[in-house]
Structures are given as structure tokens and as C-alpha cells.
Ligand binder design. Structure first.
Ligand SMILES: NC(=O)C1=CN([C@@H]2O[C@H](COP(=O)(O)OP(=O)(O)OC[C@H]3O[C@@H](n4cnc5c(N)ncnc54)[C@H](O)[C@@H]3O)[C@@H](O)[C@H]2O)[C@H](O)CC1
Ligand code: K
Length: 489
């Protein structure tokens, strides 16, 4: 998995990479700029209007200048807005790229800037080299850039946004942020949603060893990481290998949660799914999911099951005793969601009974009840890490970028998924997937990473044709396609 470094570490990373690869810093800037241009072309933005690029004096500006040259060579009309005083203030590589600009590119001083409306503005003013609070001249530039009504694409980070802390002042509000190598931590904070827009991360060929001596506990989970986490089943596998899972949940009026969870576990690959619920509700499950079995009353022989997911739609009334009894009987890692989490919040004495390496899947509200309230998301992530380490549990904090806190202190940020997944039942689908992987015998860490990634990918696939109409059942329907896309048998 790709380490996520701080803005300050990027300088050191670059120098390590340059030393190990033999590349020059100018070549690295060219690689980054080419990666951007490739992404840009893939988006199919209209080429009718000029591309405006606001360039600062540092290497972020250097990227902008190189991108201007590359786009101009592809017959785009390019206008550079100079957000620096003179050529003397440019960084070495920015100057090199400034001098390489062809005559055909218009260069306009920022004071004389007039936007071409409804086109594209590329924000290459400030990147990870931002230090401390913005200078007044920079604030003015950012305010002016934010007046733009067309599409804004920020390079690496929206200018003004610090790489790893919560924003206090002003920053560019981008429609897209195209970051290099890894997402800077601030880009995944919900507080910055209106600045970051859609997040894109592009590989720029940094050698792996360059990251080795740079410490970080944050990692980024990407498509290429996922296939090796899966267990391969062979032709001698039988339905027992695919796991016997028990899903405990549902209550009058909330049976849908358990049904979604069961369908999701089956689609993820579980061999045998049993739903445990109140006697009065069993016909609903048996009718809605004929592949699942039903159980009610006490859980007679919990050890029969390979994995258990507990909580979706369960309610909290009169559940604590059954939960306690179950936790005393069942010693393998489980998945706890929704009302299972609420029961833990209300009965803190249950927490020590939760088997080590169990997966807890709170959204922010459930997290606050269980772990406590935080001033901002960064602080919340710190608390999540503390909770996971202290209790030896895996905490999946759900959100736009779900963060998986592992018992060893690592925190993994998921890259898949999109805004359309914020729909009722989406979390129940995740619980089904996670329980299913545990049931197939995956290490809990792998189950968590695979479940979270496939869930997000299924959401991406389903929303291609559904957009805001997407419902949780569409996510389940897209699970098979995730295996096809990742080439998992
Ligand atoms: N490995 C990579 O990811 C690569 C990234 N690249 C790009 O380089 C920038 C970082 O470049 P750097 O020169 O270090 O800094 P910036 O351009 O971000 O900023 C320097 C610029 O900002 C001014 N400045 C600093 N603090 C303030 C402030 N408080 N107020 C106003 N202005 C400020 C400073 O004076 C300089 O002018 C990275 O983001 C990528 O875009 C490489 O191109 C490829 C490798
Ligand atoms: K920028």
C-alpha cells in the first residue's frame, strides 16, 4: 500500500527518489505534468475555449507551466496567469519551464487578468510548499481565483490548503484536485470537501525505496493492492470453505437492513447464510432471501458459524443480554455495526468481551457515541487510532474516504467509492461483505480491506448508470462485477 506522507516529507521523498532513480528534478516535473495531461485528455473537456493556468513561483507553478506547454503542443489555446512578481522569484525548475514556453502562449500579469468564462482554470499557484499563514497578496489571488465560474482544477492541492492540517483561512475551491503520488492528508478531510471537489491521484513513477525511511502510519488503499489480499479457492473447495455466516439483526419495521446484509453476504461469496431475528419477522427474511436460513430465540450453537455480523436494524431494546451471552460464547472475530455499536456505547462493559481483531464499522455519529466527540476529522482519526490500538480491534470509520484503523496503529484510507453511496442501507451492504470475507477465513485485516474496497467499487460501478438514483440493492447487484474488474475468480 502507498504510504501517505506529510507535505514537509515530500521534499525529502523527492530527493531520495532523484538519488535512487537518477532522474533529474526537471524530468520528475515533466513526468508529473504528462500524467496530468493524460488524465485531462481522458476527461473529454471541451477544447473550444482557452485553458487558463494560474502559476505560482514554486514547483507547483512549474507544473502549471509545463502543463501549459504540453497542452499548447496538443493545439489547445493556453493563457498563463502570472501569480509571481518576476522571473527572478521562480524556482529553478519553474524558471526552466517558463523559458520553454512557446511564443503562442499568452502570458498575462495577474493584475490584468480577465477570465474567459465557462472554460477551464487550472490552479497551479501553491502546492505542498505552502508555509504558515497565507501572505496578504496570496489571499487576494485566491479570492480572485474563487470568482471564476467555470471548471477549476487544482494541481496537487487547492492553493492555500495546507497539506496535512485543517484549513483556517482561504483556499481555492476546486471542482477537481489532481494530486501526485498519494493524496495529501488534508484532501480526505470532510471539512475540505468544498475545496477539494473530486479527488484524483496520479502515479508519477516514484521509486518504492524512496518511501522506505520516511515514517508515516497513513496508507492509501488502491486497486492494485486488493487482488493479493484475496484467498484463492480451488476446484476442491466446497460451500463449507466459502463460510457459514450468521447475521444477527432486524426488528419490526427494520427487516430491510438484515435482508440487504444477507443478500450482500451471499453475493460476496458466502456458502451458507443464516439470519437471526425475532420469531415474528422470520417469514419476511425467508420470502425476501430464499438462499438464507432463519434462526430465532437464543443462538443455540454459535461456534457452528465461521463468522458473525451483528447489528443492522437490530434495535437496542432488550438486546443487551443476548449480545452479552453471545460475546461470552463466541471467540472468533466478528463484525459489529449499527445497533451493535449503539449497544457497546450504552454498555461499555461489553467492549472488553468483543473478540480481538473484530471489525467495528461506525459512521461519524456512531463513532462519537462509542469513542467520543472530536473537534475536527483529524482529531477524530487520532482517536480512532487510539481506540483500535488500545482495544486490539479494527475500526472502519465510514465516510467519503473510509479510514480503516488497524490494531498495530496503521490507518488505511480507502480510494474507492463516491458520493452516490450515501444512501440508506449502504452500511448494511458493507456489513454483509465484511462478514462474508471473515467467513471465508480471511485474516480480519484482509477482510476489512477487501470488504471496504469492493463495497466502494461496487458503488462506483452501480452509480455509472444510476447516479443519484442509486439504492443499496444496486450496490449488491454490482458486487459480481467487482470480481470481474479485479480479475478475482
Ligand atoms: N513528488 C512530488 O509530488 C512532486 C511535486 N511537484 C510539485 O511541486 C510542488 C511543491 O513545490 P515547492 O516548490 O516545494 O512549493 P510550492 O510551489 O507548493 O510553493 C512554493 C511557493 O509558495 C510560496 N509560499 C509559501 N508559503 C507561502 C505563504 N504562506 N503565503 C504565500 N505564499 C507562500 C513560496 O514563496 C513559493 O513561491 C508540489 O505541490 C507539486 O505540485 C513536482 O513538480 C514533481 C514532484
Ligand atoms: K495548486
Amino acid at each position: 500500500m502507498q504510504k501517505i506522507l506529510s507535505g514537509v516529507q515530500v521534499k525529502e521523498l523527492d530527493s531520495q527518489h532523484l538519488k535512487l532513480s537518477g532522474q533529474s528534478s526537471h524530468e520528475l516535473m515533466e513526468t508529473a505534468s504528462k500524467a496530468f495531461v493524460k488524465w485531462f485528455l481522458d476527461q473529454g473537456f471541451s477544447s473550444d475555449l482557452p485553458i487558463q493556468i494560474a502559476c505560482g513561483a514554486g514547483n507547483n507553478g512549474g507544473d502549471g507551466l509545463a502543463i501549459g506547454r504540453l497542452l499548447s503542443a496538443l493545439s489547445y489555446e493556453v493563457i498563463i496567469f502570472k501569480c509571481f512578481d518576476s522571473k527572478d522569484s521562480l524556482s529553478e525548475d519553474a524558471l526552466l519551464n517558463f523559458n520553454k514556453l512557446p511564443e503562442s502562449i499568452q502570458i498575462v500579469d495577474f493584475e490584468n487578468l480577465r477570465f474567459v468564462e465557462k472554460g477551464i482554470l487550472i490552479d497551479a499557484f501553491l502546492g505542498v510548499g505552502l508555509k504558515g499563514e497565507l501572505r496578504p497578496d496570496a489571499i487576494k489571488i485566491i479570492q480572485k481565483l474563487n470568482d471564476y465560474q467555470g471548471t477549476v482544477i487544482s494541481i496537487d492541492v487547492p492553493s492555500g490548503l495546507p497539506s496535512d492540517i485543517v484549513l483556517k483561512g482561504e483556499a481555492v475551491k476546486a471542482d477537481f484536485t489532481v494530486s501526485f503520488a498519494f493524496p495529501k492528508l488534508s484532501l480526505i478531510l470532510p471539512e475540505h470537501a468544498e475545496y477539494v471537489g473530486e479527488l484524483v491521484v496520479l502515479k508519477i513513477g516514484l521509486v518504492e525505496e524512496a518511501f522506505m525511511d520516511l515514517d508515516s502510519t497513513f496508507y492509501y488503499l488502491e486497486t492494485l493492492d486488493v487482488p493479493p489480499l484475496h484467498t484463492v479457492f480451488n476446484r476442491f473447495s466446497y460451500k463449507g470453505d466459502m463460510g457459514k455466516v450468521l447475521l444477527v439483526g432486524g426488528s419490526p419495521g427494520k427487516m430491510g437492513a438484515l435482508i440487504l446484509c444477507a443478500k450482500s453476504a451471499l453475493r460476496t461469496g458466502s456458502g451458507l447464510v443464516t439470519c437471526h431475528m425475532e420469531d415474528s419477522e422470520r417469514v419476511i427474511v425467508q420470502t425476501a432471501v430464499p438462499e438464507a436460513m432463519a434462526s430465532w430465540g437464543l443462538i443455540p450453537n454459535p461456534e457452528f458459524y465461521d463468522a458473525v455480523g451483528i447489528g443492522p436494524g437490530w434495535g437496542t431494546e432488550n438486546r443487551a443480554r443476548l449480545f452479552r451471552q453471545f460475546l461470552q460464547d463466541f471467540k472468533k472475530p466478528i463484525v459489529i455495526d449499527a445497533d451493535g455499536l449503539n449497544l457497546l456505547s450504552r454498555n461499555p462493559d461489553l467492549l472488553p468481551l468483543v473478540p480481538k481483531n473484530s471489525i467495528l464499522t461506525p459512521h461519524i455519529g456512531e463513532f462519537t457515541r462509542l469513542v467520543g466527540s472530536a473537534e475536527n476529522h483529524l482529531e477524530r482519526l487520532k482517536m480512532a487510532k487510539g481506540f483500535a490500538v488500545e482495544n486490539e480491534l479494527i475500526l472502519v470509520l465510514k465516510g467519503a474516504n473510509t479510514v480503516i484503523s488497524l490494531p498495530d496503529g496503521r490507518q488505511v484510507i480507502n480510494s474507492s467509492g463516491n458520493k452516490y453511496m450515501a444512501t440508506g442501507g449502504s452500511g448494511d451492504v458493507l456489513t454483509g461483505m465484511l462478514t462474508s470475507y471473515l467467513g471465508m477465513g480471511y485474516f480480519p485485516e484482509n477482510a476489512a480491506l477487501c470488504g471496504v474496497f469492493h463495497h466502494g467499487l461496487a458503488g462506483e460501478i452501480a452509480s455509472k448508470s444510476k447516479r443519484r438514483s442509486m439504492i443499496a440493492s444496486d450496490i449488491i447487484a454490482a458486487i459480481p462485477e467487482t470480481y470481474i474488474q479485479l480479475n478475482i475468480s
